[in-house]
Design a protein around this ligand. Structure first.
Ligand code: 13P
Ligand code: SF4
Length: 382
């Protein structure tokens, strides 16, 4: 695995260590007080996988796509505290600070804060820009990469989004992957999809592309990502060998165990799950699709859901009229998202009140410029 850049937290005027011993009640009270003082200048965004205590403080919550839209349309705020992971905060910085938005605010920028710099994404770390560039160059030795469209899942570093922006490519999320891949095939003969092989494969299979047409590119293989030249020539989609450490834990035997135990249960999974699980599930879709499916189901519906634990537990609490189970017998939670706790949130807010922006996520202008091209294409795809 590539070594992720070392992201260190800023010290802040008020030290984080002072917040660690405080109770959740005390932290919540101080977070509310701080937010009142900051008013509309502060916007707190939270991803659905966030723990309850934290997401309760979010002004807006959403999946990756909705959070991008929310960051893109923010008007009054001058600071966004992003209760999510690093790539989401980068995306918010790029979208909230695009040139037309800065002009609308008479030159004022928005500072994006990630409360804990250790909140990364193991999937995003599986594709480093130099590896993607190296793969692109090798692919160019056997196929015409002018006819290949790079598609990066939003769960990736800004440098990969910039790569897509520079090479006629686009960003996708789990809620628009099919539309984005269709967009790509309107512009080229092949797609290079990174970093999540499962989302790429599960989406492309539904579009009639076969596994034989989807070689997997292993960035650690000596040559051609571990593929023969013929496999690359015959490809429609080249998939990066990356995955989500949370969703890869769901297995076909978990599905079978539930079906044996509760015959009328429906299996609902996220497309980051492996193909073996996705294929036998009743339904597969993004976080917002999973939420909507449960919200719109009648009382008595029975679900085993294969996605992040905090979201499934929240759905269980919100829908006692339905029978909701977590698909895996073992804990599958996003440990990095879980790094964001009330202590970090309170520390970020109170430093802000002292005029100190801690853990400021700022994408360099060149990367932001090209990432924005790929992100705008995504936001325009319907
Ligand atoms: P969505 O929010 O697009 O469903 O993606 C899930 C995820 O893994 C977020 O990191
Ligand atoms: Fe990354 Fe998976 Fe966590 Fe999403 S759930 S942030 S893909 S590790």
């Amino acid at each position: 695995m590539p070594i992720a850049p070392l992201l260190t937290s800023s010290p802040g005027k008020l030290p984080l260590a002072d917040y660690k011993p405080l109770s959740n009640d005390e932290l919540s009270r101080r977070i509310d007080a701080g937010r009142q003082k900051l008013g509309k200048r502060l916007l707190i965004l939270g991803h659905h996988y966030q723990q309850d205590e934290v997401i309760d403080h979010a002004d807006l919550r959403g999946d990756s796509y909705q959070l991008s839209e929310q960051a893109a349309s923010s008007t009054e705020c001058r600071t966004i505290i992003f209760c999510g992971v690093h790539f989401m905060a980068e995306t918010a910085d790029i979208l909230a600070n695009r040139p037309e938005k800065i002009a609308e605010r008479d030159g004022a920028t928005v500072k994006v804060i990630l409360p804990d710099m250790a909140a990364g994404c193991s999937m995003a770390d599986m594709a480093a820009i130099r590896q993607v560039e190296n793969a692109w160059q090798q692919l160019g030795e056997v196929i015409d990469t002018q006819q290949m469209i790079p598609v990066t899942y939003i769960n990736s570093a800004a440098s990969l989004k910039a790569f897509c922006g520079k090479h006629g490519g686009i960003v996708c999320t789990s809620s628009n992957a099919a539309a984005v891949i269709r967009w790509a095939f309107e512009r080229g003969q092949r797609v290079f999809f990174f970093p999540d092989q499962h989302l790429g494969r599960n989406t492309a299979l539904k579009m009639g592309i076969t596994n034989a047409q989807m070689p997997v590119w292993d960035p650690y293989a000596e040559e051609m990502g571990g593929n023969s030249e013929q496999q690359i020539i015959d490809s429609r989609v080249v998939l990066w060998k990356g995955h989500c450490s949370v969703h890869q834990m769901f297995r076909p035997e978990h599905v079978q165990q539930f079906r044996n135990r509760i015959p009328d249960i429906k299996i609902l999974v996220h497309p980051e799950c492996p193909q073996e699980v996705n294929d036998i599930a009743d339904l597969s879709g993004s976080t917002s699709m999973i939420l909507k499916t449960v919200q719109q189901s009648p009382p008595g519906s029975k679900w085993a859901i294969g996605t992040e634990l905090h979201l499934v537990n929240r759905l269980k609490k919100q829908h006692p009229e339905q029978e909701i189970h977590f698909l895996s017998p073992v804990v599958c939670m996003c440990a990095t998202m879980y790094r964001i706790d009330l202590a970090h949130l309170c520390w970020s807010i109170e430093n802000l009140l002292e005029g100190e922006v801690v853990n400021h996520i700022e994408v360099d202008p060149e990367t932001a410029k090209y990432s924005l091209i790929a992100l705008k294409r995504m936001l325009e795809v319907k």
